[in-house]
Design a protein around this ligand. Structure first.
Ligand SMILES: [Zn+2]
Ligand SMILES: [Zn+2]
Length: 306
């Protein structure tokens, strides 16, 4: 069987799920953000400006992005939501990205907990992800409070280049061991400081290029995350995983504990890897090119596939 996002007959759309503009603490206008991503060949972007009652870096409203769409490029109403209660953060604030919000979505009240805020965003229709876990030392017990979110940001480009804390894969693996079924995202978190856009994105298999179709596809896990390489094909036939991809030097299957399978070489574009002896409830695929750029599949649980 083919593994999502492949085999569905849908186009793959390239998009950024996390970014900022003048509406909060970004350094350029929403119009310029859209132009920059359109120039890079993206299909969509999300202006996820900070939503919180602190004018130093946040807005108290979700940006109304109607009017920014183009015939072949869309924006999805989004926000980075904040509330009190995060340890190991100088402001004590949680950071949660919500894509596909109504523009009347209100900032958290002072006493709203992170789990209540996430539930409110899910109820409002959004695809909700735990932002930049490594950047502010999200602990496993904190992550266990927010397992009703849809996904984890496993690569945040701005955090990678500005603080060398751009990963979220370790906390994502910990949650997978807990049996939590979450999808992954790679994002820019762009503020339009130099070099902070075009570094991490998702490829989403959606029925069409509309906000509703993209958000539905993300909730269903019909996407992969990347900083450069592309998957072209993922399938499981009996116990053999078949991978087609752009030219890479490593194809890696990660599973429970330290379990892994890997293939190393120059310009690998295809692999068949036997998973029959892999004693794990799940696996995920990473490919890595000669420049160290990576792409990550979402995790696949065997009991969903059989
Ligand atoms: Zn943040
Ligand atoms: Zn952000």
């Amino acid at each position: 069987m083919k593994l999502a996002p492949f085999g569905l007959g849908y186009s793959l759309y390239r998009g950024n799920l996390h970014g900022h503009s003048h509406h909060s603490d970004g350094e350029t206008s929403p119009e310029a953000v859209v132009e920059a991503y359109a120039q890079l060949g993206y299909d969509f972007t999300c202006l996820s400006d900070h939503l919180w009652k602190d004018k130093r870096f946040a807005a108290e409203t979700v940006l109304d992005n109607s009017g920014l769409d183009r015939p072949d490029f869309i924006t999805i109403a989004s926000a980075e939501l904040h509330c009190h209660g995060k340890r190991y953060d100088q402001d004590g604030l949680w950071h949660i990205v919500a894509n596909g919000l109504p523009v009347d979505f209100a900032p958290a009240q002072d006493d709203e907990t992170v789990d209540a805020m996430i539930s409110r965003a899910i109820d409002a229709g959004a695809y909700v992800t735990i932002a930049h876990p490594e950047w502010y030392s999200l602990t496993h017990d904190e992550a266990q409070q927010v397992t009703h979110a849809h996904g984890v940001e496993i690569y945040n480009h701005s955090c990678a280049i500005s603080s060398n804390r751009g990963s979220g894969i370790a906390i994502a693996d910990a949650l997978l061991h807990d049996g939590v079924r979450m999808s992954f995202t790679a994002t820019d978190d762009s503020h339009f400081k130099p070099y902070d856009h075009g570094g991490g994105w998702v490829m989403v298999a959606a029925e069409d290029l509309s906000a509703d179709a993209i958000v539905s596809a993300l909730k269903a896990g019909r996407h992969y995350s990347t900083t450069g390489p592309n998957f072209h094909h993922l399938a499981l036939e009996d116990n053999t995983l078949i991978i087609g991809c752009s030219a890479v030097n490593s194809i890696i299957i990660s599973a429970e504990g330290h379990l892994a399978r890997d293939l190393q070489g120059a310009n690998l574009t295809y692999a068949e890897i036997d998973l029959s002896a892999l004693k794990s409830s799940y696996f995920r695929v990473t490919i890595r090119d000669h420049a160290g750029r990576m792409a990550w599949s979402n995790p696949y649980f065997f009991d969903d596939l059989r």
